[in-house]
Design a protein around this ligand. Sequence first.
Ligand SMILES: Cc1cc2nc3c(=O)[nH]c(=O)nc-3n(C[C@H](O)[C@H](O)[C@H](O)COP(=O)(O)O)c2cc1C
Length: 188
Amino acid sequence: MAEPVLNILGISGSLRKASYNTAALRACASLLPSGMKLSFADIGDLPMYNQDVFDSGIPAPVRRFEAELRAADAVLIASPEYNFSIPPVLKNAIDWVSKLPNQPWQDKPAAIFSASQGPMGGARVQYDLRKVLGQLWCHILPKPEVFIGAAQTKIDARGQITDETTRKFLTDLLAGFKPWILRMKAKA
Ligand SMILES: Cc1cc2nc3c(=O)[nH]c(=O)nc-3n(C[C@H](O)[C@H](O)[C@H](O)COP(=O)(O)O)c2cc1C
């Protein structure tokens, strides 16, 4: 019998076309273990969260993101660090759906990594993501942690990962992610 496919929703915390995080996230599609499929969310068109907007009707882009999140078996987030923390576009997307009834982060398995042009690879954003998503009962894979420092030397202008060590780190992350998803789904 064919192995059931785990659908992973990829979310990038960067909107820019030449984003290293988006490039590395897209590259993950070819590094996945068998039985996993990666699609990509677009969170750039969500309006800024405003309770008044929420009360007058959930905007269509929020509904679309909510549906993608609910349909996904798990979430893979690649994000830059902005001033030691979560970029507003990503925090905004997290916040919008967190306010919906039966909020969709609940019991969602997730894995995160970060890329930065600085030497630390955006390490600090990961701990803020763990804090924020953890209190929404989203289950983030504890290890391995992947920080892509000096990303401009490891990902080329075409968005290809040119650094073998980086490919290996991401491959290991995704290999660990699969049993984590199955384990978290079994407990949910
Ligand atoms: C507002 C802002 C704040 C930033 N703060 C940090 C930071 O705290 N740590 C860091 O490593 N890089 C920081 N950077 C630099 C980003 O790591 C760099 O721009 C990176 O390429 C962004 O990711 P992207 O290529 O996926 O867009 C910051 C960039 C911006 C625009």
